[in-house]
Design a protein around this ligand. Structure first.
Ligand SMILES: [Zn+2]
Length: 281
């Protein structure tokens, strides 16, 4: 919804740069991405499906198989990944998990998410759990805010660190907090946790380009949220209403006047979440 603090990463080892539809793009020696062709307001250029594998490992871990009804993407991921040891899910949104049932049929791999609903053939994830798979050390970080089940994965190999952030941190713009179960209090907490535990890690997001370092982006996200909150407080003052009385769309018109109208439904979701936060203070 606003410009990102960092430019897109330069060419990656595979020679391709984001967006690279139909190409398995290597980002680190142990992480490659296949971008699904499902662009949209919330999906940016489409969903990133990540394939994790230490060099020489016979198996792979796949993170977020992608949306339903994109059979070519599903098959391309399965082919690129080869022997899939485990599927990990960053969160419940359909553009990340929609393909999972058919992907499981394709690979037979167990699937793990923070919720029971999307864990199949293996137990649900636990916060701070360490998984050893595909020659990698993967630490589970529950990072709610975008949704209640949002989870990030810190991947370590030979002293190199990368973090899969799902929709908690995107490669471009800022994320929308889902008013169904996302909260701003959770989100601030999750950003702080990512800054403490993974500031130096490469960012491998659920949408948009990857970035070399998490710290500056996460700090920008915090600043952006704080600025929007301040703008909402000002708008409520001008409208003469409390956070409880405020009509979300009126607040959107006041605060997001500078933003493309096609983003207003998403902005309304964020405003609802922010009004909820202001009510809870
Ligand atoms: Zn999402």
């Amino acid at each position: 919804m606003s410009s990102h603090p960092l430019s897109d990463t330069e060419e990656t080892p595979s020679g391709a740069s984001h967006p690279a539809y139909g190409t398995v793009r290597e980002v680190t020696p142990f992480a490659s991405v296949l971008l699904c062709r499902n662009p949209g307001v919330m999906e940016l250029d489409g969903t990133n499906t990540w394939i994790l594998r230490a060099p020489g490992s016979p198996t792979a871990v796949v993170v977020d198989p992608g949306p339903a009804k994109h059979g070519a993407h599903r098959r391309a991921v399965a082919e690129a990944a080869g022997d899939v040891e485990l599927v990990l899910i960053t969160h419940r949104h359909h553009d990340h998990v929609g393909a999972s049932k058919k992907f499981r049929k394709l690979t037979g791999a167990p699937q793990r998410a923070y919720s029971d609903v999307y864990s199949k053939g293996a137990p649900r994830l636990r916060d701070r759990e360490v998984i050893h798979a595909a020659g990698l050390r993967i630490t589970v970080m529950h990072t709610p805010g975008h949704t209640a089940d949002s989870t990030s994965f810190l991947v370590e190999w030979e002293g190199r660190r990368a973090v899969l952030t799902g929709d908690t941190i995107l490669g471009r713009g800022t994320t929308v907090l889902d008013p169904a179960d996302g909260t701003l209090a959770d989100y601030f907490h999750s950003l702080n946790r990512l800054i403490v535990d993974a500031s130096d890690a490469v960012v491998l997001p659920g949408h948009g380009p990857d970035h070399a370092e998490l710290g500056p982006i996460a700090r920008y996200y915090k600043q952006h949220r704080e600025e929007r909150l301040e703008q909402i407080r000002d708008a409520l003052d001008r409208l003469g209403v409390t956070p409880k009385e405020a009509k979300p769309m009126k607040v959107v018109r006041a605060v997001y006047a500078d933003v493309d109208k096609k983003l207003w439904p998403a902005a309304r979701m964020s405003v609802k979440t922010q009004l909820h936060y202001l009510r809870s203070l």
